[in-house]
Design a binder for this molecule. Sequence first.
Ligand code: 1HE
Length: 258
Amino acid sequence: MADIDIEKRGKIAILTLNRPAFRNALDEAAIEVLDCFFDRPDPAVRAVVLRTSGPHFCAGLDLREHYEKNRSPVEFMRMCQAWHRAFDKMQFGSIPIIAALKGAVVGGGLELAAATHVRVAERSTFFALPEGQRGVFTGGGATVRVARIMTPARMIDMMIAARTYDVERGYQCGLAHEIVEEGEGDARAIAIAEAAAEHYDVTNFGILTGISRINDMSTTDGLFAESLLAGMVMTNPDLRPSLEKFFAKQAPRLEPKS
Ligand code: 1HE
């Protein structure tokens, strides 16, 4: 049984990686739980918080399991593909996932974080891809997801020069979207998830499945796909009362900073 707790709270689900003695390292069972959860999410769950127990977010691949299983190249490739499947379901699914980061977000832990949509980071957060130093390689999607966030050149530099980014540096290159004080990450992630859970389903669908996929497309295909998505989202009949509120000046006002 994987050490991931799942709590439903109103319209959101809170997933907790609960293996602090191993710095929440991800074994095969944990990836299986994530895959199952995001494969057919409960329709009542409108947003997810991904948090962890202990002072660290996640130390990546369970190196002990890896050592003990002594996998063949094909077995390891299949295991990587299982990570890719689970993380794809997260990134390209239509449920907003808010990560509460703290301490180590390293190796496969950074790959997991990169599959989430909003990353709130406590000041203790640090990012690294120590695979270079350990003589291993990324296998949970970093060459695609992490490289696209921080740029491939920065990712190569991080691995070759064995750099650890503190929270500020991670924020500057998009690994974190917001920095909060120690102990405040979970509450802030829950607040963001609860607000996102109130968005129209079809709007979240457009944002989450559209933007990542469109960025894999050519300009022509991307613009065409955007028009299709916008046609679906903007003609949602449920939108009309929201526009009427805006005309009546009853809609929440945009603040210059939030
Ligand atoms: C682990 C793991 C793990 C810790 N697998 N057991 N990832 C890494 O190379 C990161 C490896 N971990 C670390 O660098 C450090 O543990 C941390 C910086 C995350 C935290 O340091 P610290 O001082 O708080 O903890 P610690 O003393 O190093 O570790 C505590 C225990 O957790 C210890 O076990 P213990 O029995 O001696 O108490 C560690 O062995 C255990 N532990 N990390 C298994 N990762 C799909 S491919 C993905 C590629 C990868 O992710 S490669 C892994 C990269």
